[in-house]
Structures are given as structure tokens and as C-alpha cells.
Design a protein around this ligand. Structure first.
Ligand SMILES: NC(=O)c1ccc[n+]([C@@H]2O[C@H](COP(=O)([O-])OP(=O)(O)OC[C@H]3O[C@@H](n4cnc5c(N)ncnc54)[C@H](OP(=O)(O)O)[C@@H]3O)[C@@H](O)[C@H]2O)c1
Length: 283
């Protein structure tokens, strides 16, 4: 059962495309105040107009920021706090898969930086506000791709060895470590945090990588789902009364399931947290 989302403020990163756009639209249809975190003004404005028109909800806002820049994330969080005094649902959805090794303006490997570090910083900068809005929920969009990867803390920037699938998978494994550690830290606060695999979804996600495009072409019929299907678990975790008190779990197809064995290593969860605090300047 979806909750009545009237009066709820929901922030979604990467809300102009694919899974994030459908999530924003469905939450707007349910009456939420939706804030779209997008990196490109034109793409953001186009999606904003479409979401307002299709949902009939005028209470949708667009804020421009780039998860690849820690300064941009800091500015976003300050602007968000100046504009709003509550945050009931944070959906860390934006994600990127690059075929080659790139460094961000802060000097970090780009997939790790955008998919993990940017969201880590955003969440922690907004955490007091989220706690003050409890009951509240945080949802991290991870991926099944995490199962093939691990984090080598001696080569966080992948100077020694870069493989696009390992690098992407590592960033999605980081989403899970972050979810599990944050859930521990938020116990008793009324804030839940869960992560998910959306399925193999037909979005703009493959646009940079020929290898991802080829993998999609070879996918058995029926495996590739629409963005509407792909957004279902995110929307469920954001709105359903069934998961009101569920926290620290990994979901697929509206069901909690086990993530990789490695993702449950408490030592690594803590280590990644501490390193992420240092890399984002929080420590
Ligand atoms: N599609 C799949 O099969 C699949 C499978 C497993 C997991 N996922 C995960 O699902 C999430 C959503 O992906 P999608 O499939 O919906 O892909 P998508 O259509 O490419 O959407 C990704 C969104 O992230 C935004 N984004 C990328 N880099 C950003 C940055 N530096 N700052 C702010 N926003 C940024 C994109 O903005 P622009 O439009 O401006 O680039 C876009 O809005 C990702 O986390 C992805 O890892 C997808």
C-alpha cells in the first residue's frame, strides 16, 4: 500500500532520466513535494515540465548540481537547507558507467566519485534535517553488478588496474556498504535506509559504454525492462507502509534479498565510511 505522500518532501538525484524520472513522476502523482537534483539545466527543465504536466502536481522543483564535484554537492546541500526545512525521502539514484578511467575535479576515479562519494557527502550533509523529519527514508539505488567487485583500499583511484565493469561494480558495492553502515548508525532514529537492484532497465545508462551496449543487445528477450518497471522497487521503498520499519536491507523486485557475501563485512563497511569521510572532507 503506498502511503499518502501529501506533505512529504522527496529529493531524487538523477531525476531527469530513466529510473529517476519515473520515480519523480510517480511520487509527484502521489502528492509529494518532489525536488529533482539534476546536473544539466536543459535536461532538468525538460523533465520538470513533463513531470508537472503528467502528474498535475505543480509542486515539483528543480535544483542543479553535479555529484562529480564535492563543492557542488556542498553548495546544493546549503541551498536545499535554505529553501526547505524538512526532508522525508532521499533517493540517491543518479549513476554513471564510463568505459574509461577518468578523474573528477577533486581527483577521484569518476564512477566511485559520482556513484558513491557524491551521494555519501549529500546524505551526511542532509542527515540532521532527515532525522528531524522522521519518520524518514533513505534509498540507495545500487546494482546486482556489485557481486563481481571488491574494494582495494590501496588502489582507490584504480591507478594500477582499471576495468570498467569492476570499477562500476565497485561503486555499486560501495552503495551497499554505505547503506548497511548508515542503517546501523541510524538505529532508533526513525530513519530507515535501504538499497536495491532495479533490474536490467532500458534507460540512457548505456550511452557512454560500447561494452554495456553490446551486453544489452545480447540480453535474453524479456530480461530488459522498462523504466516504469525498473522504478517499482525504488517507489515501493519510498512509499509503502509494508517497509515502514525495514532498514539495512538490499531489495530486488519488491523483496529483500541477500547481497554479496562480501557486502556484509562489518570491517569493510566501517573502513569505507572512515575513508569516505576523509575523501569528502567531512572528517
Ligand atoms: N539501467 C540499468 O539497467 C541499471 C541496472 C542496475 C542499476 N542501475 C542504477 O540505476 C540508477 C539510475 O540509472 P538509469 O538506468 O536510470 O540511467 P540514466 O537514464 O542514465 O539516468 C542516470 C541519471 O543520473 C544522472 N547523473 C549522472 N551523473 C551525474 C552527476 N555527476 N551529477 C548528477 N547527476 C548525474 C544523469 O544525468 P544526465 O541525464 O544529465 O546524464 C541521469 O539523470 C543508477 O544509479 C544506475 O547505476 C541501472
Amino acid at each position: 500500500m503506498p502511503k499518502d505522500m501529501n506533505g512529504k518532501i522527496c529529493l531524487i538525484t538523477g531525476a531527469n532520466s530513466g529510473i529517476g524520472k519515473v520515480t519523480a513522476l510517480e511520487l509527484a502523482k502521489l502528492g509529494a513535494k518532489v525536488v529533482m537534483f539534476c546536473r544539466n539545466s536543459k535536461r532538468g527543465e525538460d523533465a520538470l515540465a513533463e513531470i508537472k504536466q503528467k502528474s498535475g502536481n505543480a509542486s515539483v522543483d528543480l535544483m542543479i548540481a553535479d555529484l562529480a564535484s564535492l563543492d557542488s554537492v556542498r553548495r546544493f546541500a546549503a541551498d536545499f537547507k535554505a529553501k526547505y526545512n524538512k526532508l522525508h525521502v532521499l533517493i540517491n539514484n543518479a549513476g554513471i558507467h564510463y568505459p574509461e578511467r577518468k578523474l573528477t575535479i577533486d581527483g577521484y576515479e569518476a564512477m566511485f566519485a559520482v556513484n558513491h562519494l557524491g551521494h555519501f557527502l549529500l546524505t551526511l550533509l542532509l542527515l540532521d534535517m532527515i532525522k528531524a523529519s522522521a519518520p524518514a527514508r533513505i534509498i540507495n539505488v545500487s546494482s546486482e553488478a556489485h557481486v563481481f567487485s571488491k574494494i582495494d583500499f590501496d588502489d582507490l583511484n584504480l591507478d594500477k588496474k582499471f576495468n570498467e565493469f569492476q570499477a562500476y561494480g565497485r561503486s555499486k558495492l560501495a552503495n551497499i556498504y554505505f547503506t548497511y553502515e548508515l542503517a546501523e548508525r541510524l538505529a532508533g532514529t526513525g530513519v530507515t535506509v535501504n538499497c536495491l537492484h532495479p533490474g536490467m532497465v532500458k534507460t540512457n545508462f548505456q550511452r557512454y559504454s560500447k561494452m554495456v551496449q553490446d551486453a544489452i543487445k545480447k540480453a535474453p528477450p524479456g530480461l530488459l525492462i522498462s523504466p516504469e518497471e525498473g522504478a517499482k522497487t525504488t517507489i515501493y521503498l519510498a512509499t509503502s507502509t509494508e517497509v515502514e520499519n525495514v532498514t539495512g536491507r538490499y531489495f530486488e523486485n519488491l523483496k529483500a534479498k541477500k547481497s554479496s557475501r562480501r557486502s556484509y563485512e562489518r570491517e569493510i563497511q566501517k573502513k569505507l565510511w572512515e575513508i569516505s569521510e576523509k575523501l569528502t572532507g567531512l572528517a
